[in-house]
Design a protein around this ligand. Structure first.
Ligand code: GLV
Length: 337
Protein backbone atom coordinates (compact mmCIF):
# COMPACT_ATOMS: atom_id res chain seq x y z
CA UNK A 1 0.00 0.00 0.00
CA UNK A 2 1.47 3.38 -0.86
CA UNK A 3 1.70 5.73 2.09
CA UNK A 4 0.38 9.24 1.80
CA UNK A 5 2.63 10.99 4.35
CA UNK A 6 6.40 11.40 4.39
CA UNK A 7 8.43 11.85 7.54
CA UNK A 8 12.04 12.90 8.09
CA UNK A 9 13.95 11.68 11.16
CA UNK A 10 17.04 13.78 11.77
CA UNK A 11 19.10 11.06 13.51
CA UNK A 12 19.14 7.28 13.99
CA UNK A 13 16.45 5.95 16.35
CA UNK A 14 15.67 2.58 17.89
CA UNK A 15 14.61 0.09 15.15
CA UNK A 16 11.35 -0.79 16.90
CA UNK A 17 10.40 2.88 17.09
CA UNK A 18 11.18 3.36 13.40
CA UNK A 19 9.12 0.25 12.65
CA UNK A 20 6.14 1.73 14.50
CA UNK A 21 6.42 4.80 12.25
CA UNK A 22 6.98 2.84 9.05
CA UNK A 23 3.63 1.06 9.50
CA UNK A 24 1.94 4.32 8.58
CA UNK A 25 4.34 6.72 6.85
CA UNK A 26 7.15 6.87 4.31
CA UNK A 27 10.33 7.34 6.32
CA UNK A 28 13.67 8.92 5.59
CA UNK A 29 16.12 8.55 8.48
CA UNK A 30 19.54 10.20 8.74
CA UNK A 31 22.31 7.81 9.72
CA UNK A 32 24.02 10.23 12.09
CA UNK A 33 23.29 13.22 14.26
CA UNK A 34 24.87 16.37 12.95
CA UNK A 35 24.37 20.13 13.19
CA UNK A 36 22.60 21.26 10.02
CA UNK A 37 22.47 24.77 8.63
CA UNK A 38 19.11 26.56 8.35
CA UNK A 39 19.31 26.04 4.56
CA UNK A 40 19.80 22.29 4.97
CA UNK A 41 16.93 22.07 7.45
CA UNK A 42 14.73 24.16 5.14
CA UNK A 43 15.38 21.74 2.30
CA UNK A 44 14.76 18.63 4.42
CA UNK A 45 11.50 19.97 5.87
CA UNK A 46 10.18 21.23 2.51
CA UNK A 47 9.87 17.63 1.32
CA UNK A 48 7.91 16.11 4.24
CA UNK A 49 4.66 16.23 6.21
CA UNK A 50 6.32 15.65 9.57
CA UNK A 51 9.71 15.45 11.21
CA UNK A 52 11.32 14.09 14.34
CA UNK A 53 14.10 16.42 15.35
CA UNK A 54 16.49 16.79 18.27
CA UNK A 55 18.04 19.58 20.25
CA UNK A 56 20.77 20.25 17.69
CA UNK A 57 18.15 21.02 15.02
CA UNK A 58 17.19 24.69 15.32
CA UNK A 59 13.73 25.07 13.83
CA UNK A 60 13.44 28.81 13.29
CA UNK A 61 11.16 30.96 11.14
CA UNK A 62 13.65 30.97 8.22
CA UNK A 63 13.66 27.17 8.21
CA UNK A 64 9.86 27.16 7.80
CA UNK A 65 9.62 29.99 5.26
CA UNK A 66 7.32 29.12 2.35
CA UNK A 67 6.66 25.61 3.70
CA UNK A 68 3.01 24.77 2.98
CA UNK A 69 3.31 21.06 3.57
CA UNK A 70 4.80 20.45 7.02
CA UNK A 71 2.19 19.61 9.67
CA UNK A 72 4.20 18.50 12.69
CA UNK A 73 7.60 18.82 14.36
CA UNK A 74 8.14 16.22 17.09
CA UNK A 75 11.05 17.14 19.34
CA UNK A 76 13.16 14.50 21.06
CA UNK A 77 13.49 16.18 24.45
CA UNK A 78 11.45 17.88 27.10
CA UNK A 79 13.25 21.19 26.59
CA UNK A 80 12.36 22.81 23.29
CA UNK A 81 14.40 25.99 23.10
CA UNK A 82 15.60 24.68 19.72
CA UNK A 83 12.08 25.32 18.40
CA UNK A 84 10.68 28.76 17.61
CA UNK A 85 7.27 27.86 18.98
CA UNK A 86 5.53 31.13 17.99
CA UNK A 87 6.83 30.72 14.40
CA UNK A 88 5.60 27.11 14.26
CA UNK A 89 2.22 28.10 15.68
CA UNK A 90 1.90 31.03 13.25
CA UNK A 91 2.61 28.61 10.40
CA UNK A 92 -0.06 26.21 11.73
CA UNK A 93 2.52 23.49 12.43
CA UNK A 94 1.96 21.29 15.48
CA UNK A 95 4.92 20.98 17.84
CA UNK A 96 5.46 18.33 20.51
CA UNK A 97 8.07 17.43 23.14
CA UNK A 98 8.76 14.44 25.44
CA UNK A 99 7.89 15.37 29.04
CA UNK A 100 7.40 13.00 31.99
CA UNK A 101 9.06 9.91 30.51
CA UNK A 102 12.52 11.31 31.34
CA UNK A 103 11.82 12.95 34.70
CA UNK A 104 13.14 10.22 37.01
CA UNK A 105 16.16 9.26 34.89
CA UNK A 106 17.21 12.88 34.56
CA UNK A 107 16.82 13.44 38.30
CA UNK A 108 18.99 10.35 38.93
CA UNK A 109 21.67 11.88 36.75
CA UNK A 110 21.66 15.17 38.67
CA UNK A 111 22.59 13.10 41.71
CA UNK A 112 25.22 11.17 39.77
CA UNK A 113 26.92 14.45 38.81
CA UNK A 114 26.50 15.94 42.28
CA UNK A 115 28.08 12.93 43.98
CA UNK A 116 30.81 12.53 41.38
CA UNK A 117 31.79 16.21 41.56
CA UNK A 118 31.60 16.38 45.37
CA UNK A 119 33.65 13.20 45.87
CA UNK A 120 36.07 13.79 42.95
CA UNK A 121 35.19 10.49 41.28
CA UNK A 122 36.27 11.35 37.71
CA UNK A 123 39.49 12.98 38.74
CA UNK A 124 40.45 10.07 41.02
CA UNK A 125 39.69 7.60 38.27
CA UNK A 126 41.83 9.49 35.74
CA UNK A 127 44.69 9.48 38.28
CA UNK A 128 44.32 5.75 38.93
CA UNK A 129 44.09 4.87 35.24
CA UNK A 130 47.22 6.88 34.62
CA UNK A 131 49.04 4.38 36.88
CA UNK A 132 49.75 6.97 39.56
CA UNK A 133 48.47 4.92 42.53
CA UNK A 134 51.73 3.43 43.68
CA UNK A 135 51.40 3.67 47.45
CA UNK A 136 52.48 6.60 49.51
CA UNK A 137 49.05 8.13 49.30
CA UNK A 138 48.37 10.46 52.19
CA UNK A 139 45.42 10.15 54.53
CA UNK A 140 44.41 13.68 53.58
CA UNK A 141 44.57 13.10 49.80
CA UNK A 142 41.44 13.11 47.67
CA UNK A 143 39.32 15.02 50.16
CA UNK A 144 35.95 15.92 48.77
CA UNK A 145 32.91 17.59 50.27
CA UNK A 146 30.05 15.73 51.90
CA UNK A 147 26.64 15.47 50.33
CA UNK A 148 24.67 13.95 53.21
CA UNK A 149 23.45 16.34 55.85
CA UNK A 150 24.11 19.42 53.66
CA UNK A 151 21.81 21.96 52.04
CA UNK A 152 20.59 21.12 48.56
CA UNK A 153 19.51 24.09 46.46
CA UNK A 154 17.42 23.71 43.33
CA UNK A 155 16.96 26.48 40.77
CA UNK A 156 13.90 25.66 38.66
CA UNK A 157 11.36 23.50 40.41
CA UNK A 158 9.35 21.81 37.69
CA UNK A 159 8.88 18.07 37.38
CA UNK A 160 12.60 17.26 37.30
CA UNK A 161 13.50 19.69 40.09
CA UNK A 162 10.85 18.10 42.31
CA UNK A 163 12.16 14.62 41.52
CA UNK A 164 15.67 15.77 42.47
CA UNK A 165 14.28 17.16 45.75
CA UNK A 166 12.43 13.94 46.64
CA UNK A 167 15.69 11.99 46.49
CA UNK A 168 17.26 14.21 49.16
CA UNK A 169 15.40 12.51 52.02
CA UNK A 170 17.77 9.53 52.02
CA UNK A 171 20.74 11.90 52.23
CA UNK A 172 19.21 13.72 55.17
CA UNK A 173 19.51 17.06 53.39
CA UNK A 174 17.71 20.33 53.85
CA UNK A 175 16.15 21.36 50.50
CA UNK A 176 15.68 24.95 49.40
CA UNK A 177 14.53 26.07 45.97
CA UNK A 178 13.87 29.09 43.86
CA UNK A 179 11.36 29.18 41.06
CA UNK A 180 9.46 32.00 39.34
CA UNK A 181 6.30 30.75 40.98
CA UNK A 182 6.13 29.04 44.35
CA UNK A 183 4.87 25.47 44.45
CA UNK A 184 1.56 24.73 46.16
CA UNK A 185 2.12 24.11 49.87
CA UNK A 186 1.20 20.43 49.60
CA UNK A 187 3.90 19.90 46.93
CA UNK A 188 6.46 21.80 49.01
CA UNK A 189 5.63 19.57 51.96
CA UNK A 190 5.87 16.43 49.88
CA UNK A 191 9.26 17.53 48.45
CA UNK A 192 10.32 18.86 51.89
CA UNK A 193 11.44 21.96 50.04
CA UNK A 194 11.41 25.56 51.16
CA UNK A 195 11.05 28.45 48.67
CA UNK A 196 13.74 31.11 49.03
CA UNK A 197 14.83 34.19 47.09
CA UNK A 198 17.48 33.51 44.44
CA UNK A 199 20.12 35.42 46.44
CA UNK A 200 19.44 33.20 49.49
CA UNK A 201 19.59 30.08 47.33
CA UNK A 202 23.03 31.08 46.06
CA UNK A 203 24.30 31.96 49.52
CA UNK A 204 22.96 28.95 51.39
CA UNK A 205 23.31 26.02 48.96
CA UNK A 206 26.10 23.48 49.54
CA UNK A 207 25.01 21.77 46.34
CA UNK A 208 23.12 23.78 43.75
CA UNK A 209 21.32 21.95 40.94
CA UNK A 210 20.09 23.90 37.90
CA UNK A 211 16.96 22.52 36.27
CA UNK A 212 15.36 25.56 34.69
CA UNK A 213 14.33 25.81 31.04
CA UNK A 214 16.46 28.01 28.77
CA UNK A 215 14.93 31.31 27.73
CA UNK A 216 16.35 34.72 26.86
CA UNK A 217 15.61 35.82 30.47
CA UNK A 218 17.51 32.84 31.85
CA UNK A 219 20.60 33.46 29.73
CA UNK A 220 23.56 33.49 32.16
CA UNK A 221 21.22 33.15 35.14
CA UNK A 222 24.43 31.95 36.78
CA UNK A 223 27.23 34.33 35.85
CA UNK A 224 30.22 35.83 37.66
CA UNK A 225 28.04 37.86 40.04
CA UNK A 226 25.94 34.84 41.05
CA UNK A 227 28.98 32.56 41.40
CA UNK A 228 30.57 35.14 43.69
CA UNK A 229 27.63 34.76 46.08
CA UNK A 230 28.11 31.00 46.43
CA UNK A 231 30.15 29.28 49.14
CA UNK A 232 33.74 28.39 48.14
CA UNK A 233 32.92 24.83 49.28
CA UNK A 234 29.82 24.60 47.08
CA UNK A 235 29.20 22.26 44.15
CA UNK A 236 27.24 23.41 41.09
CA UNK A 237 25.37 20.95 38.88
CA UNK A 238 23.92 21.95 35.51
CA UNK A 239 21.58 19.46 33.86
CA UNK A 240 19.40 22.21 32.37
CA UNK A 241 20.79 23.92 29.27
CA UNK A 242 23.99 25.45 28.06
CA UNK A 243 23.73 29.23 28.22
CA UNK A 244 22.08 29.22 31.64
CA UNK A 245 25.60 29.27 33.09
CA UNK A 246 28.32 31.61 31.89
CA UNK A 247 30.85 28.84 31.26
CA UNK A 248 33.87 31.20 31.16
CA UNK A 249 32.91 32.70 34.53
CA UNK A 250 32.36 29.21 35.94
CA UNK A 251 35.77 28.04 34.74
CA UNK A 252 37.36 31.07 36.42
CA UNK A 253 35.55 30.35 39.72
CA UNK A 254 36.60 26.69 39.65
CA UNK A 255 40.19 27.59 38.79
CA UNK A 256 40.44 30.25 41.48
CA UNK A 257 38.80 28.03 44.10
CA UNK A 258 35.86 30.32 44.79
CA UNK A 259 33.70 27.30 43.94
CA UNK A 260 34.73 23.76 44.93
CA UNK A 261 33.48 21.70 42.00
CA UNK A 262 30.94 21.42 39.21
CA UNK A 263 29.09 18.63 37.46
CA UNK A 264 28.06 19.69 33.97
CA UNK A 265 26.00 17.85 31.38
CA UNK A 266 25.25 20.87 29.18
CA UNK A 267 27.43 23.62 27.73
CA UNK A 268 27.27 26.91 25.90
CA UNK A 269 27.69 26.16 22.19
CA UNK A 270 27.71 22.38 22.68
CA UNK A 271 28.99 20.09 21.27
CA UNK A 272 31.99 22.37 21.73
CA UNK A 273 33.02 22.78 25.33
CA UNK A 274 34.92 25.76 26.66
CA UNK A 275 38.60 24.59 26.73
CA UNK A 276 39.05 26.22 30.14
CA UNK A 277 36.45 23.80 31.57
CA UNK A 278 38.05 20.81 29.88
CA UNK A 279 41.32 21.50 31.69
CA UNK A 280 39.85 21.61 35.19
CA UNK A 281 40.13 18.54 37.41
CA UNK A 282 37.29 19.82 39.63
CA UNK A 283 34.75 19.79 36.81
CA UNK A 284 32.93 16.55 35.94
CA UNK A 285 31.84 16.84 32.31
CA UNK A 286 29.44 14.71 30.29
CA UNK A 287 28.01 15.05 26.77
CA UNK A 288 24.34 15.92 27.47
CA UNK A 289 23.32 12.42 28.58
CA UNK A 290 21.12 13.06 31.63
CA UNK A 291 18.16 11.26 30.04
CA UNK A 292 20.28 8.51 28.52
CA UNK A 293 19.19 5.28 30.15
CA UNK A 294 18.17 2.55 27.72
CA UNK A 295 14.57 2.52 28.95
CA UNK A 296 14.17 6.27 28.98
CA UNK A 297 15.74 7.06 25.61
CA UNK A 298 13.52 4.35 24.11
CA UNK A 299 10.46 5.84 25.82
CA UNK A 300 11.36 9.34 24.58
CA UNK A 301 11.79 8.12 21.02
CA UNK A 302 8.48 6.25 21.17
CA UNK A 303 6.69 9.26 22.61
CA UNK A 304 8.08 11.47 19.82
CA UNK A 305 6.90 8.88 17.27
CA UNK A 306 3.46 8.62 18.91
CA UNK A 307 3.15 12.40 18.92
CA UNK A 308 4.07 12.59 15.26
CA UNK A 309 1.72 9.82 14.17
CA UNK A 310 -1.16 11.27 16.19
CA UNK A 311 -0.59 14.68 14.60
CA UNK A 312 -0.78 13.12 11.13
CA UNK A 313 -3.98 11.28 12.10
CA UNK A 314 -2.64 7.77 12.77
CA UNK A 315 -2.56 5.38 15.72
CA UNK A 316 -4.53 5.19 18.96
CA UNK A 317 -4.17 8.96 19.67
CA UNK A 318 -5.08 10.05 16.12
CA UNK A 319 -5.71 13.78 16.09
CA UNK A 320 -4.57 14.22 19.70
CA UNK A 321 -0.79 14.21 20.12
CA UNK A 322 -0.12 13.31 23.78
CA UNK A 323 2.33 16.15 24.43
CA UNK A 324 1.33 19.00 22.19
CA UNK A 325 3.05 22.34 22.80
CA UNK A 326 0.63 24.46 20.77
CA UNK A 327 -2.80 23.00 21.56
CA UNK A 328 -4.39 26.26 20.45
CA UNK A 329 -3.98 24.95 16.90
CA UNK A 330 -6.44 22.20 17.77
CA UNK A 331 -8.76 24.53 19.65
CA UNK A 332 -7.24 23.75 23.08
CA UNK A 333 -5.63 25.95 25.71
CA UNK A 334 -2.18 27.21 24.74
CA UNK A 335 0.84 27.59 26.93
CA UNK A 336 0.80 24.62 29.33
CA UNK A 337 3.86 22.48 28.84
C1 GLV B 1 17.22 17.14 27.21
O1 GLV B 1 18.03 17.99 27.40
C2 GLV B 1 15.81 17.38 27.14
O2 GLV B 1 15.40 18.55 27.14
O3 GLV B 1 15.06 16.42 27.08
Amino acid sequence: MSKSHSVWVSRPLFPEVLASLARYVELSVENKETKRTPEQLHEKLAAVDGAIVGLSDRIEASVLAGNRRLRVIANLGVGYNNLDLPALTAAGILATNTPDVLTQTTADYAWALMLAAARRVSSAERWLRAGRWRGGMRFDDWLGVDVHGKTLGILGMGRIGQAVARRAVGFDMRVIYHNRSRLPEATERECRAEWVEKADLLKRSDHLVLVLPYSAQNHHAIGAAELAQMKPTAVLVNIARGGIVDDAALAAALREGTLAAAGLDVFEGEPSVNPALRELENAVLSPHIASASADTRRAMAQLAADNLLAALGYGPNAGHPPSLLNPQLLGGQGGET
